[in-house]
Structures are given as C-alpha cells and as structure tokens.
Design a protein around this ligand. Structure first.
Ligand code: HEM
Length: 467
C-alpha cells in the first residue's frame, strides 16, 4: 500500500498498480481485489484503466457516502441499465424523485398490507408443493421453490393477476440476463446477444400485462385517474424502515407515515402507473415497462437468493432451525443475520461527479466509490466473531452505528421494497419451518459475486412433515 496523489487530489492508501495488474491477469472476481484493498476503518482503493476507485467499508464512511451525501454521490451509468432502462433503480435526479414519490406509499409497512393475500396465496402454493414432495419422499430444489414464490408474490402485486407456469418461465429467465450483467462498475453498454431471446420474452410479457391492465382500466370506464386517491394515498415520502429492528434507520423517513388509507386491497402497482400516465406524459409505455421490469427484477431476485441463503445457513445450524420453528421473532432474526452474512446487494457503487471531502480526504471528481456491505458486515469492531452465523445478534441490544448494517442500503436510494421483502420472507420461511424439517442432500454451491450475491446452482433437499 502507498499514498498517492491522483489528479491533483490526495487520495487514501492505494493498492500498488502491480497488485491490480496481477489481479487483472488472474481473472479473479472483483471481490478478491476488494478483499486485498480492504483495511478496516480506512478508506483504501486502487486505480484501473486510468480511473480511481475508493473502497468504502467503515460505517462512518458508508453513512457519509450513502446517507448524508446520498444526493451528491450518484449512481453512474448503471450496470443494469440495458435490462432495466430508466426505471427507479437506474434513474437519477428529478426523474428518479418523481418515480419514487409515485410508488413510495405503496411499499410502507401499511401500504404493503394490500398484498398480504398475495403473499399468503403464494406461500400456500409452496407449502402444498412441499407437502407433496414429503409424501412421495422426493427431493426438492429449494432455490427453485423460493424463486417461484418470490416471482409469484411480486407479479401478483404488480399486476393483480395470478402467475401461471408459462409466464413464470419467461419471467424467471431474467436470471440469465442478470447473470450476464457485469458485477463491476462502469456499466454494461449492451446485453450480450445470447440473452436476446430471454429479453424479448420478458418484454412481450410485460407489454401484454400493460395492455391487459389498460383495457381493464378503460372497461371500468374511468380512464386516467381511475384509482387516484381511491385508497387515500398521499404522495409524500413515507416510511421505509429497514426491517431489522435495530434502529439503523436509512435516512428515508422511518415508520409508516405514508398517509395511506385503509391499507386493505387497493390498486396494483400497474394501475398506479397507468393512472400516472393519464396526467404525466413522462409515463410512456416504455417507462411503464421499465418500472415494471425494475420492480420485478429487484423484487424477486434478492428475496429469492436471501431465502436460499437462509436455508443454506440453517442446514449448517440445525439447532437454530429447530428454535425458529413456530417462533416468528426467531425467523426474523434468522433473516436479518442471513442478510448480514450474505447481503445480496453486496456492492453498491457510487460516483463523485464533483470534488468531495470525505473524512478529511479530497475525493477528486470522477472517482468511483465502492460501498461494500459484504465487507462492512464483517467489521469485527461491530460484529464480534463476524464469520459466525448467530441470529442472536438480532434485534441488536444497543443501536448499531449508522452505516454498520445495510442489506437494503441506506439514505435516499435505500430499497423501496424493504418491508415487502421482509414480510414475504418471514411468511414463507415461518410457514415452512413450522411444518417441515429440511435436510439438504448436496452441499450448497460457492457464493457467486455477480451483480447480486447468490449461491451457485440448485439447493436440493429432503423435506419431511414435522411429527
Ligand atoms: C431481500 C430482498 C431485498 C434486498 C436485499 C434488497 C436490497 C436492495 C438494496 C441494497 C438497494 C439499494 C441499491 C443501491 O443503493 O445502490 C435496493 C434498491 C431497490 N430495491 Fe431492493 N432489495 C430487496 C427486495 C426488494 C423488493 C421486494 C423490491 C420491490 C418490491 C425492491 C425494490 C427496490 C427498488 C425499486 C430499489 C431502488 C430504489 C431507489 O433507487 O430509489 N427490492 N434494494
């Protein structure tokens, strides 16, 4: 490590260029380079292709970049833009703000109550599937089952339509597209041609769903504004707590102050988008498609992988699995600890468009900042014995330092679906653990640090009804 002056500004400890060159030559994943650069408590970094990248892992720095500086450190051309277009995850500035304002209230603790019946219906399907597997003594692929569940819940919530097998196959093929996206910063200019068919099928499904919803809208004789206000939703930025119960707020307004009405069934997300299209020309069919795909991809991938990780960890800790059976608080703690060890959003890149000061250091304009929850969640100063799976850490007895725990991000760009994700995962995991014992038949695959952090391959297990 050495200190360097880069583009006239003082940057922190940098990896020697030779180390970076050796890593590049090895073809190793980005996480290996980050592990080499990482020094707890310090800003470190490296240069690649003439660009400076600063690794941000200390909770104080994380809080500064994503929380306090959340509007100044921006998302550069997003790695997922070729798939997600201009939806909420990739949009910036006023376009992002207005999209977020439109949907925020639907995803608060109270807002998601409208989708309880979708979550319950989707969970019942998996319970029924497992009951059949248990009766016949057949193994099941947990990774596939939880993925079906999360696609089912989000698709029903987005469109108010049940998920059939054919639609599922087309929607789930998104994972091939996601796998083709670069884990690294710098963005993908275009998707590789081999995922063209998957993208076409996805677009066909989403456009069909939009057309169907629009004709329902028109048939209802209401047109634009058909649902505006029918559930009393305000447009204000409501709560978006991070669901871990540890007081590590995300700076986005915690709690349920969403101005929502009865919190019962209301319009679907697609209805809300079509209403917006009636009054705001920005909501073209293209943008509605982008928002739908964004919510679909953001909404199923991470939840499915987190549930899979939870089963991987529980399989290694049968005593925890037993304790969690029938205990909702223990289930929540298992999920929070799973998200600590395997935050699916393991890397949250940002970019400094102008010079910034961070912890007394000048971050020159043009620098990439790599916020890495995966490493932050292993800070021994906050998490003693960090590699150990220990759900007893949750809920934290004393409030965690801001920026220390961020599986859903923090600050203005924190996850819109935190509450939804926690609720759907708690329901499914709770029901499955209460009713079945689970034993994997093959070891879990290695972690893959792509755009998401996922276990490689399927996760086969035998499930048995509890006596
Ligand atoms: C375990 C499940 C989930 C995890 C771990 C997760 C994680 C995250 C993280 C870390 C971010 C912030 C990205 C950044 O700062 O660069 C994010 C953003 C986002 N997530 Fe999630 N997410 C999950 C589930 C969901 C669900 C179910 C939905 C939709 C219903 C969703 C929708 C979004 C959206 C729209 C954003 C972008 C928000 C914005 O930029 O304003 N996520 N998510």
């Amino acid at each position: 490590m050495q200190s360097r002056c880069v583009t006239g500004g003082m940057l922190p400890d940098f990896l020697d260029d030779e180390v970076v060159a050796a890593w590049t030559a090895s073809g190793a994943p980005l996480v290996d380079l980050l592990r080499q650069a990482h020094t707890p408590g310090r800003l470190t970094g490296f240069r690649r292709g003439g660009r400076a990248a600063v690794l941000v892992t200390d909770p104080r720095h994380v809080h500064q970049v994503l929380g306090v500086g959340g509007e100044r450190y921006v998302k550069r051309s997003h790695r997922a833009r070729p798939l997600l277009g201009d939806g909420m995850l990739t949009a910036t500035g006023e376009a992002w703000r207005s999209q977020r304002r439109l949907l925020q209230a639907m995803f608060t603790g109270r807002g998601i109550q409208r989708w309880e019946h979708h979550i319950a219906g989707a969970a019942a399907r998996v319970v029924e599937l497992w009951a059949g597997r248990a009766r016949r003594g057949e193994p099941t692929d947990i990774a596939e089952d939880v993925q079906f569940f999360t696609v089912d819940t989000i698709w029903r919530s987005l469109t108010d339509r049940p998920l059939d097998r054919e639609t599922y196959v087309d929607l789930a093929a998104v994972q091939d597209i996601v796998a083709a996206l670069p884990a690294d910063v710098g963005g993908a200019a275009a998707l590789p041609p081999e995922v063209g068919a998957a993208l076409a099928a996805l677009d066909e499904r989403t456009h069909r769903a939009i057309a169907e919803a629009r004709s329902r809208h028109t048939a209802a004789g209401e047109g634009a504004g058909a649902h505006a206000g029918d559930d009393g939703e305000g447009a204000g930025d409501g709560g978006n707590g991070n669901g871990n119960g540890n007081g590590n707020g995300n700076g986005n307004g915690d709690g349920d102050g969403d101005g929502d009405g009865d919190g019962e069934r209301g319009p679907s997300v697609l209805d809300r988008l079509l209403d917006a299209a009636g009054t705001d020309p920005a909501y073209t069919d293209r943008l509605i498609r982008d928002e739908l795909v964004t919510l679909l991809v953001a909404g199923y991938e991470s939840s499915a992988r987190t549930l899979t990780w939870a089963f991987v960890l529980l399989d290694r800790h049968p005593e925890v699995m037993e304790r969690a059976a029938g205990d909702a608080r223990a289930v929540e703690a298992v999920l929070s600890e799973t998200l600590r060890l395997y935050p699916t959003g393991w890397l949250l890149p940002r970019h400094a468009p102008a010079d910034e000061m961070l912890d007394g250091l000048l971050i020159p304009a043009g620098t990439d900042l790599l916020v890495c929850p995966y490493l932050t969640h292993r800070d021994p100063a906050v998490w003693p014995d960090p590699e150990t799976f220990s759900p007893d850490r949750f809920p934290a007895r004393t409030p965690l330092p801001p920026g220390a725990y961020l599986p859903f991000g923090i600050g203005p760009r924190a996850c819109l679906g935190t509450r939804f994700a926690m609720r759907e995962m708690e329901v499914l995991l709770g029901e499955l653990l209460a009713r079945f014992t689970v034993e994997t038949t093959e070891p879990a695959g290695e972690p893959v640090f792509g755009i998401n952090l996922r276990p490689a391959g399927p996760l086969y297990a035998r499930v048995r009804e509890r006596a």
